[in-house]
Design a binder for this molecule. Structure first.
Ligand SMILES: Nc1ncnc2c1ncn2[C@@H]1O[C@H](COP(=O)(O)OP(=O)(O)O)[C@@H](O)[C@H]1O
Ligand SMILES: [Mg+2]
Length: 505
């Protein structure tokens, strides 16, 4: 049988970067393939060549054994290939069916017929989508479903899903996997990109590993394991364990009550939030993206105007103090550190033109000392961060702006850890980092906890939250929907809290 898709010696360069280097890879129908690789290993680029977004510099793509030229998304559809990208491309004010119809046959279609067909596809695979529902009324998971239906409508039987589970709750992920299995039974060839090894093991029949743009191996999923896959991805064995001690003499450090705030449009972002964070423990914060995690950390750091609430900080050997009303600088000086990694990593409070010591100085600069800062401290910090986190830089003084994203991020997180805080808040600390560095960071957090620091860890990967944290606070719609014991809870329980169905508030 001919392969559904075959890449032969595919090479793609961006300037001097070789995103894909002579990749040989094939996929058959009735198979789900996971495409695995660290950030920047070339997964999206390879799939974009199948989807008609990029064109290979060298090599040939075959569909059903025939050489094809895929120079546009339309060519991709003509070859039965459809891709769901990480960023959805839907029009909010349109319905599901209207979005599916967008771009069809120069606008000559019968909307009723489109809606009926969308319903049919939805029923066939169990998507549960209402064709007439508007996108702005949909959850992220429903929007993703519309994207999938959109490519199925155009006749795709080779489907590519680029990190679809990154935005889903565990329950939604299970639904997606069910639907993927239905489509596979129906003879479709499916490629899923995911970083989560447990998902790879669960959903795929075969797994292909890329490293630095090269295809390392494709194996049957039931003949491999996470450790081996990681080794292929990284190029060497990686310890995927997080050392979790029992909480060390837990002492309240941050006591929050009745915290509420709105965004600039007046939409409620935090709604009566209350909890205690203890020194000597790691409090994880889970939730669907945009549930108030960011606003919560910003509120504690003094970066948000609040409608109401109090944040009492109780440092060791000093009287408890109210943080609400203090400036961000005062809060930092008092020992509350925050490393927040936004999507755009350079917007994270580093000065791009400065080298590492300069950026360390921004943090370790103590009020009262004026401009006569102790120059040794930041240099020592920079060196420590450089060594611990294996920052790849030509020199410590090299402008941070010119470092790669992952390295910029190491500087940011390392700087906060190295400032010896009493409370350490991090959000998305490992976003975009390779597995190896991610585990270095997790274990640094565990080390901070062992020192008695109150660690508040906002994370995206539930498996990691379950391994790393002592308790997990779950947010839904700006509210605390539950606080669970990380040692005894399950992903399902957290998933329910994320959508608030199991909420106890
Ligand atoms: N449009 C582009 N322009 C320049 N470089 C790019 C572009 N797209 C990807 N790259 C580079 O190609 C490499 C592979 O990227 P990508 O395919 O996105 O990796 P992955 O999806 O595995 O994280 C990276 O070094 C990335 O910076
Ligand atoms: Mg990618």
């Amino acid at each position: 049988m001919e392969h559904a898709v075959e890449f032969r010696k595919i090479t793609k360069r961006f300037g001097s970067v070789i995103a894909n280097n002579s990749v040989d890879l094939y996929l058959d129908r009735g198979i789900i393939m996971s495409l695995l690789g660290e950030n920047g290993s070339g997964k999206t680029t390879l799939m974009n060549m199948l989807a008609g977004i990029y064109f290979p510099d060298e090599g040939q793509i075959f569909v059903d054994g025939k050489p094809v030229t895929i120079a546009s998304p339309k060519d991709a559809y003509d070859n039965g290939i459809g891709m769901v990208h990480q960023h959805f491309m839907l029009v909010d004010v349109f319905t599901a069916a209207e979005n599916v119809a967008l771009g069809l046959e120069d606008g000559k279609y019968d909307m009723k017929a489109v809606a009926a067909r969308v319903q049919e596809i939805s029923d066939k695979y169990g998507f549960g989508i209402d064709p007439n529902k508007k996108i702005y009324d949909m959850s992220v998971s429903e929007k993703q479903t519309v994207e999938i239906i959109k490519i199925l409508y155009r006749g795709a039987d080779i489907l590519i899903l680029d990190e679809p589970t990154a935005v889903l709750t565990p329950q939604e992920t299970q639904n997606l996997f069910k639907v993927m299995k239905n489509m596979k039974e129906d003879g479709k060839a499916i490629i899923i990109i995911t970083h989560k090894l447990n998902e790879v093991m669960e959903v795929s029949d075969v797994v292909a590993v890329l490293r630095k743009g090269e295809h390392i191996k494709t194996v049957r999923t039931n003949e491999t394991n996470p450790d081996e896959l990681t080794e292929w991805m990284v190029g060497r064995a990686v310890e995927l364990d997080i050392a979790r001690l029992d909480p060390v003499n837990p002492t309240p450090r941050i006591t929050i009550a009745g915290l509420s705030c709105r965004d600039s449009e007046g939409v409620k972002k935090l709604d009566d939030v209350g909890f205690i964070a203890y020194g000597g423990e790691i409090l994880g914060i889970a939730g669907i993206a945009g549930s108030g995690q960011k606003e919560l950390l910003e509120a504690i750091a003094g970066l948000r105007h609040l409608d109401s609430g109090s944040i009492i900080y109780s440092p060791e050997g000093a009287a408890p103090q109210e943080l609400v009303g203090k400036t961000p600088m005062e809060i930092r000086e008092a020992g509350v550190a925050m490393a927040f990694v936004p999507e755009d990593r350079l917007g994270m409070g580093l000065v791009g033109g400065m080298g590492m010591p300069g950026n360390m100085m921004l943090r370790s600069w103590k009020q009262g000392k004026g401009i006569f800062v102790d120059k040794k401290a930041p240099e020592k910090l920079a060196e420590d961060v450089y060594k611990f986190l294996e920052v790849v830089t030509p020199s410590l003084d090299y402008p941070v702006r010119k470092l790669s994203g992952g390295n910029v991020q190491k500087v940011l997180v390392g700087r906060e850890i190295a400032s010896s805080p009493t409370v350490l808040m991090t959000a998305y600390a490992v976003r975009g980092l390779d597995i190896n560095t991610s585990y270095v960071i997790y274990n640094l957090m565990a080390g901070q906890k062992a020192k008695g620091v109150a660690v508040i860890f906002v994370g995206e990967d539930l498996d990691v939250l379950l391994q790393l944290c002592d308790r997990i606070l779950v947010m839904c719609d700006g509210k605390v929907s539950g606080i669970v014991n990380a040692r005894t809870t399950t992903k399902e329980e957290i998933g329910l809290l994320m959508t608030s169905e199991g909420g106890n508030k």
